[in-house]
Structure formats: C-alpha cells, structure tokens
Design a protein. Structure first.
Lengths: 256, 644
C-alpha cells in the first residue's frame, strides 16, 4: 500500500499536505506525530472514509482512490479506530463474528471461505479476549474494547491492517501481548500500519517509521534514525502539549 | 406573457411562506443538530393563539403579533430547549426523531383540547379586502405582505449571522461546539437563542398561512412538510439556498395550477411539495460515513433464546384462549386491534429497534397489505397474505430507495413524504377503495378452519403475532440480525469490514414493510373494512411513538405498545372531556424517551433476570444468566433486560 502526495483540506486548513507513505508486507510500519498532525485523517483517506483533495492511494499498484470504503475492505484492508467504533450492544464474540461472516460472504475464492465460528474462536484466543467473549462490548474498559476492534479487523483476514492507537488504555502486560501479536501478524505476511502514542511500543515493533507534523511528513527512517532526528525532537518539543512531552520522554527512554 | 408574470408573483408569494417555514427549521437544525418535527405544530399553536387574541378577545392585530412573536413563541422555544432538546445532544437520531415527533403529536392533542376542532374559526387576512390587480389576477395585500415579510426576515437573518456576536457564535457552535466554547461562546445559550428564534419564525409562518387555508390543527401542522422540501434544497445548512428552494417550490406549484388540466391537478396538487421533496432527496449527494461519532446509547435489552421465545409465544396464545371467552364483542375487537398494532410495531422493532432506521410510512404498508387482500382475494385466501407481504415489501423497497445513500433523518423524511404522497395519490383515489371509500377485507380460512368468529380471529391474530415474534427474535440472533445491530452501532466500522450498507438497509426495509403488509391483512380483517383515513402518516407517527415508549428494541415492547394503542379508545371513553387522548398520551409519553430510550418495559429487566436466575437454580439448568458486573467471566450475561 502506498499513498502519493495526499492532500486534505478542511476549509482553508490543510490537515494533510503532500504526504507520501508506504506500508510494505511482512513488516510493521509506524506513523507517529503530535496530536493533530493528521494521522487519523490519513487513515481515513486510506480506508476511503475521507476523500483527499489531491493525491492518490494505491494498493498493489492499483489506484483505489475512488473506490468506496466497503469495496476497499474487500480488497483486504482493515482498520481500528482511535475513537472507538465497536458494536457496543453486541458481545465480544458477536463483534468478531460479524466481521468473519462478512468476510465469508464477500470473498470470492471458494478456498478462502472459512467457517466464521471457527475463525471467531481462533481470534478470541489469539487476541486474548476469551474471558470476555460473552460480555456486551460497551461494558468493557477501553483497553479491551480496543482489542475487540483489533480482533474484529483480523477476522476479515486483511493483508493490510491499519491500527489507530491500539495501545492506549492497555496496561504494561497487555501492551506486551499486543506487541507480540503485531510482530506475529507481520511475520505471517501482513502489512501493518501502526499509529501509536506509546513511542516505546513503536520503536520496538516497527521496521520503518514515518513522522507527521502539521500535516507534513517531517521524517522517515528506521527507529534508530528517527531517534536521532532533530526535526522530530523539535516537533515534539515545539509545544507544551502533554502528549508531546510524554511522547518525547518515552522516546528518550527508548533511546536509552 | 402577462399571465406568466402574474402567476410568477403569486408563486413568489407562496414560495416566501415555504421559505419562512424552512428558515426556522434550518436555524434550529444548524445550531442544535436536531431536526424539529414539531416546527409546524409550533406555527399552528401561534396561529390559534393569534386567533384567540384578535378574533375572540379583540386585541389589535399589531399588539397580538408583538405578544405572540416577541414573547410567547420565543418562551415556548426556550422552554422546549431547556426541558427536552438540551438532553438530546449526542442521542441517537432515531431518539431525536421520536422526541420531536412526540412534541408534534402532543401539541396537536393539546390544541384540540383547547380549541374544539368541530368549531369553525377564521383568521382574517391582513389588510382584508385590499388587493392590486395585475393583468388577469388579483394579488392581495396579504400576499404582498408575505413577500415583504420574507424579504425582511432574509435580511434580518443575514445581518444576524454575519454581523452580530450571537449570530457568529451560532455558526461556530455548528462547526465545533467545544471549540466555540473555548472562544467564550456558551453553546447552551446559543442553542437556547436559536430555539427561541426558530419558534418565532414558525409562528410567523403559521400566522401568515392561517388565513389562506382554514384554521385547522392537523392541516396547519403538516403544512410544514412543504417547508421540509425547501430546507432540503439548502441541505439543512444554507439559508440562501433554503430561500431559493422555497421560491422554486412556490413557483412550481403555481405554474402547475396554471398549466395542468384541472382533473389531473386536483389529484396531484397537494402532492407537489412532496414530489419536490422526493426529487431533492434523490439528488442529494451520498452521505459521508463518519467515524468518531459514537452514540451514547443505553444498553440494548438482552435477546431471548429460541426456547424462551417459543415458550413466551405459547404462553401468550394460551392466555388469549383463556381470556377470549370472557370478553364482550366490543372488547374482543379492541383486543384484536391491539394485537394487530403489536404486529405492526413488531415491524418497527426490526427496522428501528434493531437496524436504527426510522419509518413514518408503516401504516402505508399496512394499507397496501389490506388492499392486496381485500381487492384480490376478498379475505378468504392464504394467498392474500402472501400477496400482501410481497406487494408491501416491494413498495417498501421503492419508498426507501431515495434515502438509502443518506442517513437516518433523511430516510425518515423520505418515508414521511412517501406516506403523504401515497395517501393523496393512492388511498384517496376512488379506483383503489371504491366509490364509498371503503374496502371490505374478510377473514381467512386456514387449514380448513374458519376464523370468522371474533373469538377465533382474536386467537388467530395472537398466534400470528407470537409466530412473527419468534421469527423476529430468531432473525436478531442470527447472522442478519448481528449485521443490523452492527450497522446501527457503527456504520463506519461496518463499511471498513466490507459490509455493503445500502443493500443491508434495503433488505431490512423491505422485510419490515412486508411484515407490516401481513399485519394489514389482519388490520382489515379485524375491522371488516378499511378506508383511506386509516393509513395516514400521523397514524404511523403515533404508532412509532407508542412502540418507542414501551420499548422499540424488544418484542415485549411491541406487544405492550400494541395493546396500549388498542386500549386507547377505552381511555378516551373514560375521559370524555379530554378530546384527543389518542394524541396527548403518546405525544407526552414520547417525551419520556429522553430519559430512557429503551422504553418502560426495559425497567422490568432486573426482575426478569432474577426470575431466570431463580428458575435455573431450581431446575439446575446449565444456562446460568444473571447480573454481571463489568468484566465478568464468560457465560454470564448482563443484567439489563428481558426481551421476549
């Protein structure tokens, strides 16, 4: 998946200005930046919820800029949301089931049609949601609800997975498990694009990192390169925003 | 050419009224995000108030105008915001629709208590008797007043939104309430002002309109639908476009009067604004899916298992069989009607409760079902039921078509327009229900058994409801039901899972209409005959209100709502002095939905949970269901709700 010179304008404000980014298979790609840098907007552009003012989106070299959201999903991309979009009145199991059933319905390849129940049970174990499988999701704490979104996205068997702050609300142990899952998914061949404030987590799992600030790409490189990048430090230092400060501290911790 | 010019001026005058009505709607919608279905009712109240003050109490017109538009209407708008609307921000669209609809219905009911609809009243035109002659037609001073007032209002609104602090704050609140709050504007105050202003604009339109049509409660209230079309041209946001839309509509109507042969005209004329609304909805651009707008809904009731729902159904039939012999003829009819209403409401549970889509045309589909049975099978054949389902389902799909690409509110408006159009073009057409306007619908023979008797028929309807209830619950537990609830909870997430929302919406809409069509067969059967007055949009609205009051997302709610509706005539008998109990009770009741969107039957949920727990303890059953605090282990479900 790659986006080329994507621009999004809301009125006179540019949320994204000429952003290029690529997420390759078999690795976790990081996308970081201060609050309001345009990360979620970029996710919306990639998944078709937001039409870009300019620029193109490609999947396997196919231009999908004008493809509708549900048709893009059928090209096997899935995502989670920063502001939760769970199916609150359904149970955890049903949330994942809806995705598995949808996937069986739209997949054309007979061989790929899997039994939704089996897929659901497998994912419940894999993401570690077995203990809350029968609970309505709107009764779950945020961290677990984020895992429900991850499990739901995984149930469509995507080749490209976009995760919007999956780590927020998780405790240390749960974050550890999340990191394990992400690395495993990448090993299995998936392209994972990760937006995350927990810089430590990003540094650990990502092969390549893109840094956005005020809608512009200010840096790109390996975790080591990003840690040493002056611009990145400046972006995080530039304001007194709490999130930026913690981001910076985390980065320094990770560097140590 | 001269005639054309004259008609143009008349058209502009009519259009100005539409524009005035619509501008009030737009002002409140843009600042509060709530589409006010009671807008017309506020105008109606103001017109009646104006009549009372001027005609009855002898106030001078100018004083009455100042009092109503400057004091009474703003206070009413302010109160509506304080008591109701303030609590609706962030609520589901279907809840917002029900509450403002409830307000509309309540106002209709309250107005008919104060002003007996049986008495005729006339509000005189302004400058009565004065007119200018323009080529071939007379243009009254009243019409000129309408044009002048609309121009003044347009200028006033323009100044308000561009030059004054509160006006600019109003626009800011729409874009981002939190951001607006940071700049010092108080969103609550801004919204209160906009509701007050909206109510005044509604009143102005109502008072100007009343002399032109009769001072009729329902007529004045529903005339606002014409304004909806104009507001839609401005996409509920742009005031200049709204005024343009109003003028376009007024001109279209007047030119039609001029050019169309009178035979066609009498049939089509009342529907011109509706057709206009339909067309506007068709050309609106596809609604954007938005993420990050999760609705804070109260937890949906627990869904009964297959065993529970079958047991409930059997118990219901048994109960009906036991009490039927003890009911009088009249009570049997009422009970039968109640059960039919419950069946219709079941179709709303499927559509609104599960899928989150609102229909104001459910009685239209009921009418189609009754028509299919009565017209082609007289009533005796099972095939009539099949045809009713197929025909109503197909019509339902057509009705939903224009709004499928759009979101909740627009679907509701589209069905409202459809119900109005079907009422005037189809049901009131003499070739449909015959010249007497009544169509006989008989009672079916099933499996060699005759259900002619009232008792047998009541039990049959109960059985049909039970069967449908078990079916709807089975649907909800299955794949399709999961998809519906998912669509209701987050359309954006559904799309990113590859689910085609348009198709899902169309399917559920057709299914729900088909069920309403089947109910129509029994609606006709229980009454013996049906007429055009049975299938009005207002009936559908009252039905939606009642099922929401008792519980829109459970079969129990539909049953309770249906029986309540069936019993209303009894209540009316007991309180003869209160006219229109049928409107007052559901209307006021719906306002309570602000507090609990799941309806009053859900209040008994903890009781149901306790019973289930006890019975499973006694029977040693393995499906332990009980109250669960957050994050309980598996196999323990939540405390909220019994729905069976």
């Amino acid at each position: 998946m790659r986006v080329e010179t994507v621009e999004v304008r809301f009125g006179g404000v540019a949320a994204l200005a000429g952003v290029d980014l690529e997420a390759a298979a078999r690795r976790v790609t990081g996308l970081i930046g201060p609050n309001g840098a345009g990360k979620t907007t970029l996710f919306n552009v990639i998944t078709g919820l937001q039409a870009p003012t300019a620029g193109r989106v490609y999947l396997d070299d196919r231009d999908i800029t004008d493809v509708k959201p549900h048709q893009r999903a059928r090209l096997r991309m899935a995502r989670t949301f920063q502001r939760l979009e769970v199916f609150g009145s359904l149970t955890t199991r049903e949330n994942i089931m809806v995705a598995a059933e949808a996937r069986r319905d739209w997949t054309r390849d007979k061989q790929e049609k899997e039994d939704p129940t089996r897929v659901t049970e497998e994912i419940l174990d894999r993401v570690g949601l077995r203990s809350v499988a029968a609970s309505p999701v709107d009764s779950l704490p945020t961290g677990l609800a984020r895992l429900v979104e991850l499990g739901r996205a995984m149930a469509t068997r995507p080749r490209l997975l976009l995760l919007d702050e999956p780590g927020s609300g998780l405790d240390e142990h749960e974050t550890e498990e999340l990191a394990g899952i992400l690395l495993e998914l990448a090993r299995e061949g998936m392209a994972v694009l990760l937006v995350e404030h927990d810089v430590e987590l990003v540094m650990r799992v990502c092969t390549e990192i893109f840094v956005l600030d005020f809608g512009r790409l200010i840096a790109q490189g390996t975790p080591a390169e990003i840690q040493g990048n002056e611009l990145v430090h400046a972006a995080y230092l530039g304001t007194e925003d709490d999130a930026r400060d913690t981001g910076l501290e985390a980065m320094e911790d990770a560097a140590r | 050419m001269t005639t054309f010019l004259a008609y143009t001026i008349v058209g502009i005058a009519t259009g100005c009224i539409y524009a005035l009505t619509a501008s009030g709607l737009v002002v409140t919608y843009t600042t509060s995000g709530i589409f006010n279905f009671a807008h017309g009712a506020i105008g109606m109240l103001c017109a009646f108030g104006f009549w009372e003050l001027t005609v009855k109490d002898g106030w001078p017109q100018w004083l009455a105008l100042i009092f109503i538009l400057g004091v009474a209407a703003p206070l009413l708008g302010f109160a509506i915001d304080r008591v109701l609307m303030r609590h609706l921000h962030g609520a589901a669209v279907s809840t917002q629709i029900v509450v403002t609809l409830g307000l509309m219905v309540a106002f209709i009911g309250l107005a008919s208590i104060r002003w007996n609809p049986a008495e005729a009243r006339v509000v005189p035109e302004f400058f009565l008797g004065h007119h200018v002659r323009l080529f071939t037609i007379n243009i009254t001073y009243h019409q000129l007043t309408m044009i002048a007032v609309a121009a003044l209002v347009a200028g006033f609104l323009r100044l308000l939104f561009t030059r004054t602090q509160i006006g600019i704050a109003m626009r800011a609140v729409v874009d981002d309430p939190e951001l607006a709050a940071l700049t010092g504007a108080d969103p609550d105050r801004v919204r209160a002002v906009s509701w007050a202003l909206g109510a005044s604009l509604a009143g102005l339109a109502g008072i100007l309109l009343a002399p032109l049509i009769s001072l009729d409660i329902v007529l004045l209230t529903l005339l606002v639908i014409n304004g909806y079309a104009a507001a839609m041209v401005g996409r509920l946001r742009s005031l200049p476009m709204t005024f343009a839309g109003g003028l376009m509509l007024g001109l279209a109507e007047t030119y039609a009067i001029w050019k169309l042969p009178s035979g066609v005209l009498t049939k089509i004329r009342p529907s011109i604004p509706i057709i206009f609304l339909f067309v506007v909805l068709l050309v609106l651009p596809q609604a954007k899916l938005r993420a990050g707008r999760m609705v804070s809904a109260r937890r949906a009731p627990r869904v009964a298992t297959l065993g529970e729902s079958i047991a409930g159904g059997v118990a219901l039939i048994a109960l009906a069989a036991v009490i039927a012999p003890h009911l009088s003829q009249g009570d049997l009819t009422l009970a039968g009607q109640g059960m039919v209403y419950a069946l219709i409401m079941l179709s709303l549970v499927l559509l609104t409760g599960y899928a989150g889509q609102t229909s104001l045309a459910q009685m239209t589909f009921v009418g189609i079902g009754a028509f299919a049975m009565g017209k082609y099978f007289g009533g005796g054949s099972v095939w009539g039921i099949v045809l009713a389902a197929v025909l109503a389902g197909a019509v339902g799909a057509v009705a939903a078509l224009p709004a499928l690409r759009l979101q909740g509110l627009y679907l509701a408006l589209s069905t409202l327009a459809f119900a109005e159009a079907m009422s005037t073009l189809f049901f009131k057409n003499t070739s449909v229900f015959g010249y007497g306007g009544r169509l006989a619908v008989g009672r079916p023979h099933l499996l060699g058994v005759s259900f002619e008797g009232d008792r047998a028929y009541f039990i049959l309807i109960t059985a049909v409801f039970s069967l449908a209830g078990v079916g709807v619950l089975a649907l909800r537990r299955g794949k399709f039901g999961r998809k519906l609830v998912a669509m209701k909870d987050s359309p954006a997430a559904c799309a990113t899972l590859g689910i085609d929302l348009t198709f899902t919406k169309l399917t559920v809409f057709a299914l729900s209409a088909a069920l309403a069509g089947v109910a129509g067969v029994f609606f006709g059967g229980v009454r013996g005959q049906v007429g055009p007055g049975d299938f009005e949009m207002l009936q559908s609205a009252v039905l939606l209100l009642l099922v929401t009051i008792s519980g829109i997302n459970s079969v129990t709610g539909a049953l309770a709502g249906g029986l309540t509706f069936g019993l209303l005539p009894k209540v009316q008998q007991a309180f003869k002095s209160i006219r229109s109990v049928v409107y007052v009770l559901p209307g006021l009741g719906a306002l309570g939905v602000v507090r609990n969107p799941n309806g009053w039957t859900s209040e008994f949920a903890p009781l149901g949970a306790r019973i289930r727990r006890r019975s499973s303890r006694d029977g040693g059953g393995d499906d332990v269901v009980g109250p669960a605090p957050r994050r309980e282990p598996e196999e323990v479900s939540d405390p909220v709700a019994v729905a069976g």
